[in-house]
Write a protein that binds this ligand. Structure first.
Ligand SMILES: [Zn+2]
Ligand SMILES: [Zn+2]
Length: 151
């Protein structure tokens, strides 16, 4: 389980408070705690993982509240999602351009930056599908921890 530096978490919380105010979204304690849980994790967690983390501090929070908060944050552009399906979707509080390393054995996800990957030219085939909002590279592999557990 990885954690983000406190200063970055505070920065993200500040961004949330500003955006919520601008959008007229009420900043409830539960919403703040859901965002704090995601903003302090390196793991790109799914909603159930976030629920367990938040429940440690707020036992009354429900999965429904977590999902509603996450989609609200997504609509505000404060978080983004990974994975194609809504029921298995994972959430990311890093909205700066970045790429992902994904372990195919345990599902670990880590961010990395790469000027080279940012500059990958868009294939003309993609332009035939529609406009491009963003792109990111996903590298798949076996993480060091999983590799160490294999015989
Ligand atoms: Zn792994
Ligand atoms: Zn990410």
């Amino acid at each position: 389980m990885g954690n983000i530096e406190d200063s970055e978490v505070e920065l993200r919380l500040g961004r949330f408070k500003g955006a919520a105010k601008q959008a007229g979204v009420k900043l409830t304690h539960q919403r703040l705690e859901v965002f704090r849980e995601l903003a302090s994790s390196l793991d790109h967690p799914d909603a159930e993982t976030l629920l367990h983390g938040v429940q440690a501090r707020l036992p009354t929070v429900s999965l429904d509240t977590v999902y509603r908060t996450l989609w609200m944050l997504n609509n505000l552009g404060l978080i983004c999602t990974l994975g194609p399906r809504r029921d298995s979707v994972r959430f990311d509080a890093n909205v700066a351009p970045h790429h992902h390393y994904v372990c195919v054995a345990c599902g670990l996800v880590r961010d990395f930056e790469s000027a080279d990957f940012n500059a990958v030219p868009m294939p003309s085939r993609v332009e035939g599908f529609g406009s491009v909002v963003a792109s990111h590279v996903e590298i798949r592999g076996i993480c060091d921890e999983c590799a160490a557990q294999q015989p």
